[in-house]
Design a protein around this ligand. Structure first.
Ligand code: PHE
Length: 513
C-alpha cells in the first residue's frame, strides 16, 4: 500500500470508524420500531441468527476483498472477478443514492438540536408541539436545504482530512461521546413511570398484537425480510464501505476478530438505542407511539422532552446531538466510498488526485440530489415523484422522494449486491481467495469451513429471500401483493448468477480445467 493512499493510524482507530459507519440512523430509529412491530423477541432472534451467519461472513469477506486488493470497491471487483465486475459499480451507486436522504435527515437533526438549545436558552417562551415543529420544518424547503448544506459541509471538512487525519480523528472522539450520551438518555428513559410497558413492547413476543397495536402477527417471511434488510443497512454491508475501509487496513490486523467486534458493537448499540427511545415514547404516549420511524424521532420524542420542562430541553440537545454524531460517522463512510473510487482511479492513471478537490466535487454532487429530497419534505410540498401512482404496481415505496431513493438503494441495490458478492466469492473465485487474506493475522481454523459454507449456500439463499421480501414490501399495494413476483425475481437472480459463476473462466482456471 503506498503511503500517499493513506492508512489507519491504529487498529482501534479502524474499529471505531467501522463501528461509526455501522452505528447510524438505522440503529436509532429503524431497529427499535421494527423490533416492536415484528414480534419483539422473535425478531431479535432472527436478527441475531442473520447477523451471525450472513452479516458476519459478508463483513469478513468484504474486509478481506479490500485489504487483499488495496483498492476501493470498483477496483477490488475489477481485480478479483471476471463475471461480476459491474457489481462494484452497484456498490458505489448505492452509497451515493443513500446520501441523498441521509444528509437531509442529518440536517433535520441539526435543526432539532438548535431548536432545543434555543428552548433551553429562552426557557419560559412558548414552545410548539413536536407535530407542529415537524410540519413547519418540512414545509420550509429553504431551511431544510440550508441545514442539509450545513451537514454536507461538516462531512466535507472531515473527509478532506483523509483516513487517519479526518475520519479516524472524528470517530476517536465521536464514538466514545456517543456511548456516554446514549447511557444518559437510557437512564432517563428507563426511570420514567410506565417505562416497563416499553420494555414489554420490545421484548415480549406478540405483545404488540396482544395490546392491540397491530392487528396480527407478521408472517415469518416478512419478519425475515424486515430483519434481513435492517441487518444489512445497519452493518453498512454491500455498500462498498467495508471494502473501502478494509483497503486501508494493515496486513497484520486480525480480520475475524475485527468483523466480530463490529457486528457485536452494532447490535449492542441497536439494543441500547431501543432502550433509550422506546420506553420513553411508550411511557408517555402508549405503544402506538413507537410504531413509526421519522415520526418517532422528530415528533414523539420531541414531545417527550417537552413534557419534562426545561431539563427536557437539555435532554433534547443531548439526544439530537447523539443522533447527529451517529449520522455523521455513517455519512462520512458513504462519502469515502465514492471518494476512494476517484482517488484510486487517478492513481491508476499515474496522477495524484487532489483529495480536497475530489471530496468537494463528491459533496457538491450529493448536495444536488439531496436538494430534491430536502425540498420534497417527505412529500409535504407536492413535488413530482418518479412512478408515483403509475402502472398500478407501485406501492408505498414512492410516496415521496426519500422513499424512492431508499427503495433504489436499501431496497434493491443492497440485497442484490450482497447476493451477487457471495456467489462471486463462493462459486467463482472461491472462498480460498479471501481466506488466504484472512489467515494473515489470524490462524483460527474454524473460519475456513464456516465462511466457505456460508458464502456458498447460506448467504445466497438468505439473500434471495430477503431481496424477494424487499420487493414485496416496497412494491405491494393494498390491492396487489408483489411478494410472489419478488421471490420469483430472487430465485431467478440466484440461478442466473450461479450459472454465470459456474461457467466463468476464473472458476475454470482455478479448477485447472
Ligand atoms: N449503517 C448505517 C445506519 O445504520 C447506514 C449506512 C448504510 C452507512 C450503509 C453506510 C453504509 O444508519
Amino acid at each position: 500500500m503506498s503511503n500517499e493512499r493513506g492508512s489507519w493510524g491504529s487498529n482501534i482507530g479502524f474499529l471505531l470508524a467501522a463501528i461509526g459507519s455501522a452505528v447510524g440512523l438505522g440503529n436509532i430509529w429503524g431497529f427499535p420500531y421494527k423490533m416492536g412491530k415484528s414480534g419483539g423477541f422473535t425478531f431479535l432472534l432472527i436478527y441475531l441468527l442473520l447477523a451471525i451467519f450472513v452479516g458476519f461472513s459478508i463483513m469478513m469477506a468484504e474486509l478481506a476483498m479490500g485489504r487483499r486488493t488495496g483498492k476501493g470497491t470498483i477496483g477490488a471487483y475489477k481485480e478479483l472477478t471476471s463475471r461480476f465486475k459491474w457489481v462494484g459499480w452497484l456498490a458505489v451507486f448505492a452509497p451515493f443514492v443513500i446520501m441523498s436522504f441521509y444528509s437531509v435527515l442529518g440536517g433535520y437533526c441539526i435543526e432539532y438540536m438548535a431548536l432545543n438549545l434555543s428552548n433551553l436558552a429562552f426557557a419560559g417562551a412558548e414552545v410548539k408541539t413536536g407535530a407542529d415543529l415537524f410540519g413547519a420544518m418540512l414545509t420550509n424547503p429553504f431551511g431544510c436545504v440550508m441545514f442539509t448544506l450545513l451537514f454536507m459541509i461538516i462531512c466535507y471538512l472531515i473527509n478532506r482530512g483523509g483516513i487517519s487525519g479526518g475520519i479516524e480523528k472524528f470517530n476517536n472522539v465521536g464514538m466514545p461521546a456517543l456511548f456516554v450520551m446514549l447511557v444518559i438518555i437510557i437512564i432517563r428513559s428507563l426511570t420514567l413511570p410506565g417505562a416497563v410497558e416499553g420494555l414489554k413492547f420490545m421484548f415480549v413476543p406478540g405483545y404488540a398484537v396482544e395490546a392491540g397495536f397491530i392487528e396480527s402477527a407478521p408472517s415469518i417471511g416478512s419478519v425475515m425480510a424486515t430483519a434481513g434488510g435492517q441487518m444489512f443497512f445497519s452493518l453498512s454491508l454491500a455498500m462498498g464501505v467495508m471494502i473501502t475501509y478494509g483497503s486501508y487496513l494493515g496486513k497484520k490486523e486480525n480480520l475475524v476478530k475485527n468483523a466480530a467486534v463490529i457486528v457485536f458493537a452494532d447490535t449492542v448499540v441497536a439494543l441500547m438505542a431501543g432502550l433509550a427511545v422506546i420506553p420513553a415514547a411508550v411511557a408517555t404516549y402508549g405503544p402506538s407511539a413507537a410504531l413509526s420511524g421519522p415520526k418517532l424521532l422528530f415528533i414523539t420524542l420531541q414531545d417527550v422532552f417537552q413534557t419534562m420542562g426545561s431539563v427536557g430541553s437539555l435532554f433534547g440537545v443531548i439526544f439530537y446531538l447523539l443522533v447527529l454524531v451517529a449520522a455523521i460517522s455513517s455519512a462520512i463512510s458513504l462519502v469515502e466510498v465514492v471518494v476512494t473510487f476517484f482517488m484510486d482511479r487517478a492513481a491508476a492513471k499515474g496522477k495524484t488526485g487532489s483529495r480536497s478537490r475530489v471530496v468537494l466535487l463528491v459533496c457538491l454532487a450529493i448536495m444536488v440530489e439531496a436538494t430534491i429530497v430536502a425540498v420534497d419534505g417527505l412529500g409535504s410540498n407536492g413535488v413530482w415523484v418518479p412512478f408515483q401512482n403509475s402502472l398500478g404496481v407501485v406501492g408505498s415505496f414512492n410516496d415521496c422522494w426519500l422513499d424512492f431513493m431508499d427503495c433504489l438503494s436499501e431496497g434493491l441495490a443492497m440485497p442484490l449486491g450482497a447476493l451477487l458478492m457471495s456467489i462471486m466469492v463462493g462459486w467463482e473465485i472461491g472462498s480460498k481467495t479471501v481466506l488466504e487474506e484472512i489467515h494473515q493475522g489470524n490462524s483460527v481454523k474454524w473460519v475456513d469451513g464456516f465462511l466457505t459454507f456460508c458464502l456458498m449456500f447460506v448467504v445466497p439463499l438468505a439473500m434471495a429471500f430477503i431481496l424477494g421480501g424487499q420487493i414485496g414490501d416496497y412494491f405491494s399495494t393494498s390491492e396487489r401483493s408483489m411478494y410472489g413476483v419478488g421471490y420469483g425475481v430472487g430465485a431467478f437472480v440466484v440461478v442466473a448468477a450461479w450459472l454465470a459463476a459456474f461457467t466463468s473462466p476464473k472458476r475454470k482456471a482455478r479448477k485447472g480445467k
